[in-house]
Design a protein around this ligand. Sequence first.
Ligand code: SAM
Length: 528
Amino acid sequence: YEDFSKANEVREALKLFDDLYTKLLREVKAKKCEGQSKRSIHIEAAMSLKNQKKWVNYGWTFGHVPGVEIGDQFRFRAELVMVGLHRQFISGIDYVNINRKDVAISIVDSGRYANEAISSQTFIYVGQGGNPKISATRVEDQKLEGGNLALKNSMDSGYPVRVIRSRQRVKDEKSDIRYIYDGLYTVTKYWQERGPTGKFVFKFELKRNFGQPKLTRELVSQPANLAKVNHFHPYVNKDTKSVTEQKFVVDYDISQGKEKIPIPAVNAIDDERPPPFTYITKMQYPDWYYISMPQGCSCTSGCSDSEQCSCASKNGGEIPFNSRGAIIRAKPLVYECGPCCKCPPSCKNRVSQCGPRHHLEVFKTESRGWGLRSRDYVSSGSFICEYVGELLDEKEAEKRIDHDEHLFDIGNYDEEIPERNNNKFEVESNCSQRKDEDGFTLDAARYGNVGRFINHSCSPNLYAQNVMYDHGDRRVPHIMFFASKSIAPLEELTYHYNYQIDHVYDANGDLKRKNCRCGSRKCSGRMY
Ligand code: SAM
């Protein structure tokens, strides 16, 4: 896939941006510089990376941008600038001068103007200037100049315009905006009409260019449906005839509709498809296993940090998640509210039981088989997915030891797990060593979920958190993966398998070795 190395460059640039933005934000918070808004910090971060020559596709004008795919999501306008999608930090229309005429190259539908979707292929973009939301006291007619003239010239010349749409990820969370690359459009019409303030505005009709991966209706629907954006994935329409897509997407949804958000599998390496297995979203308990019910809390109107909530109390008197659902720190065991609790499903102590919230994607790696990544930015502490499989006792696990690819030993959580530090989770290897002693094991080989695709890394970005919520047997906690740091879109999601080197044996008692190919600078060279 020819864009692959460029995609790495884009990913790398976004990671650098994220690290710098986080650092600046921390500095600002420490200094309590209230005057400095987040906006100036992300522009500051982008400009600093520009000086370090870290921007990608600098000077790129028309058409798709190398390394960026339709459906890619971004957190900040500054990121669009850095990867060459839209070079303006604030203005919604970007243009270049060709033969002494300004011609539009990209637009951002930021939600500030009353842009409207007519269908999944057509939308109306309101021109710039005179916007009452920007200059409340001076509402005036828009003029056919600057970006508006550039869009008209695009229509005359037929040049394609990149469209980037902004969407609130979660309804009512205005700060949680994502910018989504929607592909190339052509301006087909423009006209002037009176806007809601009585002043004239320009309107431009844009039609989506033929042959691009199709988007679902949810993406182009009006603000009332914004919450549905979580279900958006550019690949969901199986009827598309795009050659690129057929080459790349090998399965539109490995969960076969069982997860709320489809999980495609993509392969840019060879023609292989993911191996067959039965997708399950809940643990598969054997017949002999007795599921004991836990004691629930009785907080009818939601739980909070106090000893009065019995679940908070089991967590040391605190709800282990913040208001955005991020886990506060790694712990040996976390108790979420569950089916025996009186609190509502919206209780903030129910996070990992609700399933994945990111647009996950299974992809073929160069040397580690299939792996998992997120098309969305993942903030530190976010829940990713559970490791679901068949529950095995020790005897059954022994029998499967020669097919250990998807075995996960559980219940070994007595050892100390370091605390969160510096906004990161210091969850290093050996902190919860796998003990090949008695206990239970999960096997996701035949029955499993997306968690079975997560590879090992010596510098992981996820950690496995033991969580209880729907039964009372602490020997058999749920294994829930949370982000131990912030993760750029398309970066591989990994955790440390925590095998002890030279302590893994096959069914004949012979020592087993497996080389690690995580490629990190800290790589020890061996998985076990
Ligand atoms: N890559 C797997 C696949 O294609 O299904 C998904 C992960 S599976 C739970 C674990 C297996 O993936 C391991 O037994 C090993 O074969 C491979 N694997 C995971 N991490 C690896 C790494 N860092 N280096 C080499 N192989 C790895």
